[in-house]
Design a protein around this ligand. Structure first.
Ligand SMILES: [Mg+2]
Length: 258
Protein backbone atom coordinates (compact mmCIF):
# COMPACT_ATOMS: atom_id res chain seq x y z
CA UNK A 1 0.00 0.00 0.00
CA UNK A 2 1.37 3.39 -0.98
CA UNK A 3 1.45 6.54 1.10
CA UNK A 4 -0.29 9.49 -0.66
CA UNK A 5 2.23 11.95 -2.18
CA UNK A 6 1.33 14.92 0.06
CA UNK A 7 1.64 12.87 3.23
CA UNK A 8 4.84 11.23 1.99
CA UNK A 9 6.56 14.58 1.52
CA UNK A 10 5.37 15.63 5.02
CA UNK A 11 6.90 12.41 6.41
CA UNK A 12 10.20 13.18 4.68
CA UNK A 13 10.38 16.59 6.37
CA UNK A 14 9.31 15.07 9.69
CA UNK A 15 11.98 12.37 9.48
CA UNK A 16 14.65 15.06 9.15
CA UNK A 17 13.74 16.61 12.55
CA UNK A 18 16.38 16.59 15.30
CA UNK A 19 14.31 15.02 18.09
CA UNK A 20 11.10 13.31 17.04
CA UNK A 21 8.07 12.31 19.13
CA UNK A 22 5.74 9.72 17.57
CA UNK A 23 2.52 9.56 19.62
CA UNK A 24 -0.16 7.08 18.63
CA UNK A 25 -3.65 6.18 19.71
CA UNK A 26 -4.06 2.40 19.89
CA UNK A 27 -7.62 1.20 19.20
CA UNK A 28 -8.82 1.90 15.67
CA UNK A 29 -5.34 3.14 14.77
CA UNK A 30 -2.72 0.42 15.36
CA UNK A 31 -5.38 -2.18 16.10
CA UNK A 32 -8.55 -2.65 14.02
CA UNK A 33 -11.68 -2.08 16.14
CA UNK A 34 -13.17 -5.31 17.50
CA UNK A 35 -16.31 -6.10 19.52
CA UNK A 36 -14.41 -7.53 22.49
CA UNK A 37 -11.90 -4.85 23.61
CA UNK A 38 -9.71 -7.46 25.35
CA UNK A 39 -9.07 -9.23 22.04
CA UNK A 40 -7.75 -6.07 20.35
CA UNK A 41 -4.23 -6.51 18.89
CA UNK A 42 -1.97 -4.30 16.76
CA UNK A 43 -1.55 -5.16 13.08
CA UNK A 44 1.80 -7.01 12.83
CA UNK A 45 3.19 -4.50 10.30
CA UNK A 46 2.27 -1.60 12.60
CA UNK A 47 3.82 -3.30 15.64
CA UNK A 48 7.03 -3.87 13.64
CA UNK A 49 7.09 -0.22 12.55
CA UNK A 50 6.50 0.97 16.13
CA UNK A 51 9.43 -1.11 17.41
CA UNK A 52 11.65 0.05 14.53
CA UNK A 53 10.80 3.69 15.24
CA UNK A 54 11.41 3.24 18.98
CA UNK A 55 14.91 1.98 18.09
CA UNK A 56 15.66 4.83 15.67
CA UNK A 57 18.02 7.64 16.74
CA UNK A 58 16.55 10.56 18.78
CA UNK A 59 13.05 9.12 18.38
CA UNK A 60 10.51 8.45 21.14
CA UNK A 61 7.38 6.42 20.47
CA UNK A 62 4.47 6.61 22.91
CA UNK A 63 1.03 5.00 22.83
CA UNK A 64 -1.56 7.51 24.08
CA UNK A 65 -4.80 5.68 24.83
CA UNK A 66 -8.04 6.01 26.75
CA UNK A 67 -7.41 2.53 28.17
CA UNK A 68 -5.87 2.14 31.60
CA UNK A 69 -2.09 1.82 31.41
CA UNK A 70 -1.96 -1.88 32.43
CA UNK A 71 -4.75 -2.82 30.04
CA UNK A 72 -2.93 -0.94 27.26
CA UNK A 73 0.29 -2.84 28.03
CA UNK A 74 -1.57 -6.17 27.92
CA UNK A 75 -3.40 -5.70 24.62
CA UNK A 76 -0.66 -3.81 22.77
CA UNK A 77 2.20 -6.10 23.84
CA UNK A 78 4.43 -3.00 23.92
CA UNK A 79 7.05 -2.42 26.60
CA UNK A 80 9.96 0.03 26.97
CA UNK A 81 11.45 1.62 24.95
CA UNK A 82 7.90 2.05 23.60
CA UNK A 83 6.18 4.39 26.09
CA UNK A 84 2.63 3.93 27.34
CA UNK A 85 0.27 6.71 28.45
CA UNK A 86 -3.15 5.51 29.60
CA UNK A 87 -6.47 6.93 30.81
CA UNK A 88 -6.52 9.84 28.36
CA UNK A 89 -3.24 11.27 29.60
CA UNK A 90 -3.59 10.57 33.33
CA UNK A 91 -1.24 7.55 33.63
CA UNK A 92 2.37 7.47 32.39
CA UNK A 93 4.36 4.22 32.54
CA UNK A 94 7.12 4.25 35.16
CA UNK A 95 10.05 4.22 32.76
CA UNK A 96 8.58 7.07 30.73
CA UNK A 97 7.82 9.08 33.89
CA UNK A 98 11.42 8.58 35.06
CA UNK A 99 12.76 9.67 31.67
CA UNK A 100 10.60 12.78 31.82
CA UNK A 101 11.93 13.50 35.31
CA UNK A 102 8.56 13.43 37.05
CA UNK A 103 6.59 10.95 39.08
CA UNK A 104 3.93 10.90 36.43
CA UNK A 105 1.71 13.59 35.06
CA UNK A 106 1.42 15.44 38.38
CA UNK A 107 3.82 18.11 39.59
CA UNK A 108 4.85 17.91 43.28
CA UNK A 109 2.29 20.62 44.10
CA UNK A 110 -0.49 18.72 42.30
CA UNK A 111 0.51 15.49 44.06
CA UNK A 112 0.18 17.28 47.45
CA UNK A 113 -3.17 18.71 46.42
CA UNK A 114 -4.34 15.21 45.38
CA UNK A 115 -3.41 13.83 48.82
CA UNK A 116 -5.48 16.58 50.50
CA UNK A 117 -8.37 15.97 48.13
CA UNK A 118 -8.39 12.22 48.79
CA UNK A 119 -8.29 12.74 52.57
CA UNK A 120 -11.21 15.16 52.37
CA UNK A 121 -13.24 12.87 50.14
CA UNK A 122 -12.54 9.87 52.38
CA UNK A 123 -13.94 11.75 55.37
CA UNK A 124 -17.17 12.59 53.51
CA UNK A 125 -17.51 9.03 52.20
CA UNK A 126 -16.91 7.47 55.64
CA UNK A 127 -19.80 9.51 57.03
CA UNK A 128 -22.20 8.28 54.30
CA UNK A 129 -22.99 4.55 54.51
CA UNK A 130 -22.96 2.92 51.06
CA UNK A 131 -20.78 5.58 49.43
CA UNK A 132 -17.47 4.53 47.93
CA UNK A 133 -14.25 6.37 47.07
CA UNK A 134 -12.30 5.29 44.00
CA UNK A 135 -8.69 6.45 43.96
CA UNK A 136 -7.48 7.74 40.58
CA UNK A 137 -4.10 8.86 39.25
CA UNK A 138 -5.07 12.53 39.27
CA UNK A 139 -7.67 12.51 42.07
CA UNK A 140 -10.64 10.42 43.11
CA UNK A 141 -14.23 9.55 42.29
CA UNK A 142 -17.09 9.40 44.78
CA UNK A 143 -19.63 6.70 43.88
CA UNK A 144 -23.15 6.66 45.35
CA UNK A 145 -24.72 3.83 43.35
CA UNK A 146 -26.84 1.67 45.65
CA UNK A 147 -27.31 4.44 48.24
CA UNK A 148 -30.69 5.95 49.04
CA UNK A 149 -31.12 8.32 46.03
CA UNK A 150 -31.75 11.43 48.16
CA UNK A 151 -28.80 10.72 50.43
CA UNK A 152 -26.60 10.00 47.40
CA UNK A 153 -27.59 13.24 45.70
CA UNK A 154 -27.00 15.18 48.91
CA UNK A 155 -23.54 13.65 49.30
CA UNK A 156 -22.51 14.51 45.73
CA UNK A 157 -23.79 18.07 46.20
CA UNK A 158 -21.73 18.40 49.35
CA UNK A 159 -18.63 16.93 47.67
CA UNK A 160 -19.06 19.37 44.80
CA UNK A 161 -19.59 22.36 47.11
CA UNK A 162 -16.57 21.57 49.25
CA UNK A 163 -14.09 20.43 46.60
CA UNK A 164 -15.11 21.26 43.04
CA UNK A 165 -13.55 24.66 42.56
CA UNK A 166 -10.20 26.35 41.99
CA UNK A 167 -7.58 23.79 41.08
CA UNK A 168 -9.94 20.81 41.41
CA UNK A 169 -11.87 19.94 38.29
CA UNK A 170 -15.10 17.89 38.47
CA UNK A 171 -16.78 15.59 35.97
CA UNK A 172 -20.24 14.36 36.95
CA UNK A 173 -21.47 10.98 35.73
CA UNK A 174 -24.35 8.70 36.67
CA UNK A 175 -24.15 8.25 40.47
CA UNK A 176 -20.54 9.44 40.46
CA UNK A 177 -18.54 12.64 40.74
CA UNK A 178 -14.98 12.47 39.48
CA UNK A 179 -12.55 15.05 40.88
CA UNK A 180 -9.08 15.68 39.50
CA UNK A 181 -6.28 18.11 40.34
CA UNK A 182 -5.64 18.62 36.65
CA UNK A 183 -7.64 18.36 33.50
CA UNK A 184 -6.06 15.58 31.45
CA UNK A 185 -6.58 14.89 27.81
CA UNK A 186 -4.60 13.27 25.05
CA UNK A 187 -3.71 16.84 24.03
CA UNK A 188 -2.29 17.69 27.44
CA UNK A 189 -0.31 14.42 27.38
CA UNK A 190 1.16 15.17 23.95
CA UNK A 191 2.05 18.71 25.05
CA UNK A 192 3.73 17.38 28.22
CA UNK A 193 5.66 14.79 26.20
CA UNK A 194 6.79 17.35 23.62
CA UNK A 195 8.01 19.77 26.30
CA UNK A 196 9.67 17.15 28.50
CA UNK A 197 11.46 15.48 25.60
CA UNK A 198 12.32 18.76 23.88
CA UNK A 199 10.87 17.31 20.68
CA UNK A 200 11.47 19.35 17.52
CA UNK A 201 8.60 17.66 15.71
CA UNK A 202 5.61 15.50 16.57
CA UNK A 203 3.68 12.84 14.67
CA UNK A 204 0.24 11.91 16.04
CA UNK A 205 -2.37 9.51 14.68
CA UNK A 206 -5.85 8.91 16.11
CA UNK A 207 -9.33 7.88 15.07
CA UNK A 208 -11.72 9.16 17.74
CA UNK A 209 -13.15 12.45 19.01
CA UNK A 210 -10.87 12.34 22.09
CA UNK A 211 -7.89 12.36 19.71
CA UNK A 212 -8.89 15.79 18.46
CA UNK A 213 -7.44 17.36 21.63
CA UNK A 214 -4.05 16.02 20.48
CA UNK A 215 -4.44 17.14 16.87
CA UNK A 216 -5.19 20.62 18.17
CA UNK A 217 -1.89 20.92 20.09
CA UNK A 218 0.15 20.06 16.98
CA UNK A 219 2.00 22.94 15.38
CA UNK A 220 1.02 24.13 11.93
CA UNK A 221 3.39 24.67 9.03
CA UNK A 222 5.46 21.65 8.19
CA UNK A 223 6.77 20.91 11.70
CA UNK A 224 4.21 18.39 12.95
CA UNK A 225 2.12 15.78 11.19
CA UNK A 226 -1.36 14.73 12.37
CA UNK A 227 -3.10 11.79 10.71
CA UNK A 228 -6.78 11.10 11.24
CA UNK A 229 -7.60 7.42 10.76
CA UNK A 230 -11.06 6.90 9.22
CA UNK A 231 -14.08 9.18 8.82
CA UNK A 232 -15.28 12.16 10.83
CA UNK A 233 -14.47 15.83 11.30
CA UNK A 234 -10.89 16.48 12.28
CA UNK A 235 -8.28 19.12 12.98
CA UNK A 236 -5.61 16.76 11.57
CA UNK A 237 -3.76 17.81 8.43
CA UNK A 238 -3.91 14.34 6.85
CA UNK A 239 -6.29 11.42 6.70
CA UNK A 240 -5.97 7.71 5.89
CA UNK A 241 -8.80 5.20 5.48
CA UNK A 242 -8.02 2.76 8.28
CA UNK A 243 -5.42 0.89 10.36
CA UNK A 244 -4.01 -0.95 7.29
CA UNK A 245 -3.31 2.35 5.54
CA UNK A 246 -1.72 3.68 8.72
CA UNK A 247 0.60 0.66 8.78
CA UNK A 248 2.02 1.82 5.45
CA UNK A 249 2.52 5.34 6.86
CA UNK A 250 4.34 4.08 9.98
CA UNK A 251 6.45 1.67 7.93
CA UNK A 252 7.45 4.53 5.62
CA UNK A 253 8.28 6.81 8.56
CA UNK A 254 10.40 4.08 10.17
CA UNK A 255 12.27 3.56 6.90
CA UNK A 256 12.92 7.31 6.54
CA UNK A 257 14.04 7.69 10.14
CA UNK A 258 16.36 4.66 10.28
MG1 LIG B 1 -8.95 5.03 19.10
Amino acid sequence: MNVPAGLDSALQKLAAAGTLLVALDFDGVLAPLVDDPSSSRPLPASADAVRALAGAPATTVVMVSGRGRDDLAAVSGFAPPVGLVGSHGAEFDDELAARLGRGGLLTDEQARRRTELLAGLQELVDAAPGARLETKPAGGAVHVRGMDPDAGRALLERVSREWEHGDVDGTAGKDVLDLAVLRTSKGSAVRTLRESLGADAVFFAGDDVTDETAFRVLEGGDTDVGVKVGDGDTAAGYRVAGPEALSAVLTRLAELRR
